[in-house]
Design a protein around this ligand. Structure first.
Ligand code: O2Y
Ligand code: MN
Length: 609
């Protein structure tokens, strides 16, 4: 298909205008076909950008190494360019949109010289779903095209849904490395220096402009940029929820199922939980999504969620058959690997894959690397943020409903973080607003000195949305309260829980084994949703009785008591920290319901002392 065949006049003009600015050699429409995917991969292999993996070990898969400066999302170059700084709020980087567009237009001028401009029409969510949204990404990166083909639904069917005047989120992307006449990348990952990288969001006009990075969330614009930052603004204005949440299905031994969403800050094992293999006999966990959930009310008054994505962009290091068997199978074929190490027989390897490095490797920097377990200072062979891009359909635990256009009805919402002390294994909110309070205080303990935060302090990441909320976070809290109020029937709202798999003893030993054993907590959540759980009311919420959750091997009765105790003094310190350091950030946008709840919680705790 040629750009001139596009029936949507506005879209065609927008593409041609960007081409006139960026001056690519040619324009190619991503049609979503496997033939085009194969052709793009062949071009990438011929250009030396990636290597083909051993077809016996990893069929249909390739591996890239990025530039060492382009390995993760760059939060300090990520902007919410709202009309006012107030609209972006205290937790986002703000720049004046007019200024930013001027700067970025300057950068885009001629930036695709010597390259191809790819047009990627993509749907976030099953094509045609009433909850789905369409985006069109213009990019000069073939790596982005093939990753988007796995992570989203790309192609001509999306253009059909757009018709002659349908709405789409316009997304510009360039690696920011024009090629002079006769120049080539020589197989090197193209990107711009950090000071020229911009990951920009214009919430009022629902536009995304990205420049200078070819990696992950900076470049695959359907994910964090559209499905979270822009979608959170759309959701606010349209009365739904765009969340950084996994979606899973739990089925009990009698065959009854519920669907659960969960928000966790990064490095809390969200993908592992989404693909969990239960240790309790007869129970089943299936995956609907591992990162993002869009939730809207259905006609029956329940909240329904879709996974807007079609693939997983998972962290490779630490993923093994033991920690996440389903992710390993998902990435066993037809996958793209970025910044993993290469074995001599052209497979990928990473730290924590579950077996020693087989012989001499090529590390993610392209250097020879031989594992030396005695050397604790040895640099890792794979980058800690190395990724696999794998089709969700390949996941053995994928739920049959994962592409249901109407979504799945949500019975429970989980929040969690890494909290070695105070926060119990699980507790349930009394009601929706109490649940919003729990979401608003999500945080993880700082385990290594980072930025200006001290080790042992809590880095708050409300709703795990801190880097992803496209507007003022105080208004986002209010939006959650409003969504709860809008329920036709309060009893049909999902129940809200706070879980913590990361409790430790004073000696630093884990109190809870985590991974598949978390199914024991999911079972209690399931029972709480059915109204059959053994519960006790406490000053912090509803909790399991001491015998409500079966103990896994290695967890003593005393450990369980500690995991389920209400640490009054710890919680009073928590209240103090929220009141002194967390809530004041949101100024007069902090919903009064949350301030009142904090006072009430303090009074409950003091009364119980
Ligand atoms: O480093 C990146 O660009 C990827 S970030 C990411 C990828 C998949 C799922 N979640 C995240 C995240 O940062 O939350
Ligand atoms: Mn994420």
């Amino acid at each position: 298909m040629n750009v001139n065949d596009i029936k949507h006049a506005g879209l065609k003009k927008w593409i041609l205008d960007f081409a006139a600015l960026t001056t690519p050699e040619e324009i190619v429409i991503a049609d979503g076909s496997s033939a085009q995917y194969d052709e793009l991969v062949a071009g990438q292999l011929a250009g030396g950008y990636c290597v083909k993996l051993n077809p016996e070990k990893r069929p249909g898969s390739i591996a890239y190494n990025s530039d060492p400066s382009d390995v993760a999302r760059v939060e300090n170059r990520t902007y919410i360019a709202a009309q006012s700084k107030e609209a972006a709020g205290p937790t986002n980087n703000w720049i004046d949109p007019t200024e930013l567009k001027k700067t970025m237009t300057g950068l885009y001028k001629g930036c695709m010289k010597g390259r191809t401009l790819y047009v990627i029409p993509f749907s976030m969510g099953p094509i045609g779903s009433p909850i789905a949204k369409i985006g069109v990404e213009l990019t000069d990166s073939a790596y982005v095209v093939i990753n988007m083909m796995i992570m989203t639904r790309v192609g001509l069917k999306v253009l059909d849904v757009l018709g002659t005047d349908g709405e789409y989120v316009p997304c510009y992307h360039s690696v920011g490395k024009p090629l002079a006449e006769g120049q080539s990348d020589n197989g090197k990952w193209p990107c711009a220096p950090l000071e020229d990288k911009y990951i920009s969001h214009f919430p009022e006009t629902r536009e995304i402009w990205s420049y200078g990075s070819g990696y992950g969330g900076n470049a695959l614009l359907g994910k964090k940029c559209l499905a979270l930052r822009i979608a959170s603004v759309l959701a606010h204005d349209e009365g739904w929820l765009a969340e950084h949440m996994l979606i899973l299905k739990i089925t009990n031994p009698e065959g009854r199922s519920i669907f659960v969403t969960g928000a966790f800050p990064s490095a809390c094992g969200k993908t592992n939980l989404a693909m969990l293999v239960p240790t309790i006999p007869g129970w089943k966990v299936e995956t609907v999504g591992d990162d993002i959930a869009w939730m809207k009310y259905g006609a029956d008054g329940r909240l329904y969620a879709i996974n807007p994505e079609a693939g997983f962009f998972g962290v490779a290091p630490g993923t093994s058959n033991d920690s996440n068997y389903n992710a390993m199978v998902s990435a066993s074929k037809n996958s793209i690997f970025t910044n993993c190490a290469l074995t001599e027989d052209n497979d990928v390897w990473w730290e924590g894959i579950g077996y020693d490095a087989p012989g001499k490797l090529i590390d993610w920097n392209g250097n020879e690397w031989v594992q030396n377990k005695g050397d604790k200072t040895q640099k890792p062979a794979a980058h800690p943020n190395a990724r696999f891009t794998a089709p969700a359909a390949q996941c053995p635990s994928i739920a049959s409903e994962w592409e249901d256009p109407k979504g799945v009805p949500i019975s429970a919402i989980l929040f969690g973080g890494r909290r070695p002390k105070t926060i119990p294994l699980v507790h349930q909110s009394h009601d929706w607003n109490h649940g919003v309070f729990l979401g608003s205080i999500v945080g993880s303990e700082i385990t290594a000195a980072a930025l200006d935060l001290k080790v042992g302090t809590i880095r708050r990441d409300p709703f795990a949305m801190l880097p992803f909320c496209g507007y003022h976070m105080g208004e986002y809290f209010q939006h959650w309260i409003n969504v709860g109020k809008a329920a036709k029937d309060q009893s049909k709202l999902p129940k809200i829980f706070y879980v913590n798999w990361f409790r430790k003893t004073d000696e630093g030993k884990w109190l809870w084994p985590g991974f598949g054993e978390n199914s024991r907590v999911l079972k209690w959540v399931f029972e709480a949703c059915e109204g059959t759980a053994k519960t006790i009311d406490t000053p912090i919420g509803v909790m399991p009785t001491a015998d409500a959750i079966d103990r896994p091997e290695g967890v003593s009765i005393e450990d369980m008591q500690e995991l389920l105790a209400v640490d009054i003094d710890g919680w009073l310190k928590e209240v103090e920290d929220i009141r002194a350091n967390h809530y004041p950030k949101f100024g007069d946008k902090l919903p009064k319901e949350l301030a009142t709840f904090l006072d009430q919680l303090e009074a409950n705790l003091k009364a119980a002392k």
